[in-house]
Design a protein around this ligand. Structure first.
Ligand SMILES: [Zn+2]
Length: 264
């Protein structure tokens, strides 16, 4: 079954899946990638088993970071190094599913990023960790609609996070999206997070890796704050925030770092 049907038809059911059920779903996608519309390209199919295995390993730990090396995973033939379960779940949602022609922000992209928030929360509940920001970007690749999802590195702050941030910076640098002297330079005013921290990092790296197949100015995205968007007081979590106050509370404009990086 194309995964979008599961999302659209039974979004609430998908939202309420338990930790075990989410992992079982990921294993089913791993075993039947064509049934779920995993991108028809050998490298993502080859990466799926190690992604699911790493998610299970990380869920058995008390940290969102691995003890050892990051996991090398392919996005359509280009390798990236992933650290957290948030990155790995974002990758699964980025390579899985056929997106219908008539989707909108309201009926697909926003609900999907909310589902991503919830699955990350459910999977990592025991660690009581949650990203402060997640992001979804949508675009067209050779006539096919695609999405890329990613998250920031919060929380926790600390040494391990900085190692992961530096790894992300090196990937941005490899693609000339960040320059050497910016390694420790925050353009951002709020919190002063250096480049590589942002939720936009993997979406932009994935899209950049596709080169001229994608027209970047046509890509669109939303950054969402999971803590606020999943707040128990929010009655309809899948509804796009429709007031200025709600938008301010739940969404975030590209930060000063992204204003520099995204234009490259
Ligand atoms: Zn940013």
């Amino acid at each position: 079954m194309p995964i979008h049907q599961a999302f659209l038809r039974d979004m609430q059911v998908a939202f309420n899946l338990s930790r075990t059920q989410i992992v079982t779903l990921f294993k089913d996608i791993r075993d039947k990638p064509n049934d779920y519309g995993v991108i028809d390209n050998a490298p993502p199919h080859a990466s799926f088993p190690s992604v699911v295995e790493r998610i299970e390993t990380l869920l058995g730990m008390n940290s969102i970071f691995p003890n050892g090396a990051a996991l090398t995973v392919s996005y359509q033939g280009t390798n990236f190094e992933f650290e957290t379960p948030f990155d790995l779940v974002g990758w699964i949602l980025s390579v899985t599913g056929h997106i219908p022609e008539d989707v909108t922000t309201a009926n697909y992209y926003y609900p999907l990023v909310i589902l991503y928030c919830q699955w990350c929360r459910t999977l990592c509940a025991r660690e009581k960790k949650e990203a402060k920001m997640v992001q979804i970007t949508w675009y067209t690749q050779g006539g096919t609609k695609r999405v890329c999802l990613g998250s920031s590195l919060d929380r926790p702050k600390g040494e391990r996070k900085e190692i992961a941030r530096t790894r992300r910076f090196n990937m941005l640098s490899r693609d000339r999206l960040a320059l050497g002297y910016e390694r420790h330079l925050p353009y951002s005013g709020d919190g002063g997070q250096p480049i590589g921290h942002c939720a936009e990092t993997f979406p932009i790296l994935f899209i950049k890796s596709l080169g001229e197949e994608v027209t970047l100015p046509d890509a669109r995205g939303i950054a969402v704050k999971p803590l606020e968007a999943l707040n128990a007081g929010m009655p309809n979590k899948f509804d796009v925030p429709d007031t200025e106050t709600l938008r301010k509370d739940l969404l975030e404009d590209p930060c000063d770092n992204c204003e520099v990086v995204l234009l490259r």
